[in-house]
Design a protein around this ligand. Structure first.
Ligand code: SF4
Length: 233
């Protein structure tokens, strides 16, 4: 079996796993092609730059200093069961396992559920705009299946949206928040879109990007739907 391909590593972060000091591993490969992707170098499954065994050896030196390891990407689950096996090795060192996922692989997520402690799940847009934003019309259906799969575990999670004004309106955000509320989601995060690679013909203005955060009524209405809402500006 091919071993896990790790394309990037952040050795210390306080913001990628709620309440825990963590390292993040960025795995190569993603089935989506989001217009706002900030990691285009990770989109194709390719040989990783980090030797997986050496990363394990390094993690052993972090025991007692870090509390969690987050698997991100790309889409970490695209590499399949080699990732789950590697997560198990990391968990055996005593770390909590976090996963940032776009939800495209609900069956793999189900198999990973016993080793993953927390997920951050992307809800990218309303269903009718998913294809335009991500390049995959079926990605919304997969993401919803991942959501229900994870909810059945009873473990913690967050659903997050990046508000790219090219694909998300305030009305869309409200519709998505209501959908998540109706599905029993407790923790929601609204993230500001940061343009990394916009071309000159397709730009957004700061006002367009700030509109979700500057609207107090919108914020209060969304805040009332969840136990916690994180506004990441
Ligand atoms: S899911 Fe994430 S890594 Fe994949 S294309 Fe979209 S933004 Fe990029």
């Amino acid at each position: 079996m091919r071993e896990i391909q790790i394309g990037g590593l952040v050795s210390f972060t306080t913001i990628d796993y709620p309440g825990k000091l963590a390292a993040v591993l960025f795995l190569t490969g993603c089935p989506l092609r989001c217009a706002y992707c900030s990691n285009p170098n990770l989109l194709n499954v390719r040989d990783g730059e980090y030797d997986p065994d050496k990363v394990i050896e390094w993690l052993k030196t972090r025991v007692g200093k870090l509390e969690a390891v987050v698997f991100s990407g790309g889409e970490a689950l695209m590499q399949g069961d080699v990732v789950i096996d590697y997560m198990r090795r990391v968990r055996d060192l005593g770390f909590a396992i976090g996963l940032h996922t776009n939800g495209f692989y609900p069956e793999t997520l189900a198999r990973a559920a016993d080793v993953v402690d927390w997920i951050g799940l992307d809800y990218k847009a309303t269903r009718d705009k998913y294809g335009e934003l991500s390049g995959q019309n079926i990605a919304h259906d997969h993401m919803i299946r991942s959501l229900t799969t994870w909810q059945s575990t009873g473990k913690d999670f967050e659903v997050r949206i990046t508000c790219d004004p090219r694909f998300v309106t305030k009305m869309d955000l409200m519709e998505i928040a209501n959908d998540l509320h109706n599905r029993g989601v407790k923790n929601f995060a609204v993230q500001k879109y940061i343009p990394h690679f916009e071309g000159t013909t397709n730009t957004t203005t700061p006002d367009q990007r700030n509109q979700f955060f500057d609207d107090e009524n919108l914020r209060n209405t969304i805040n009332a739907l969840f136990d916690s809402v994180t506004w990441r500006e």
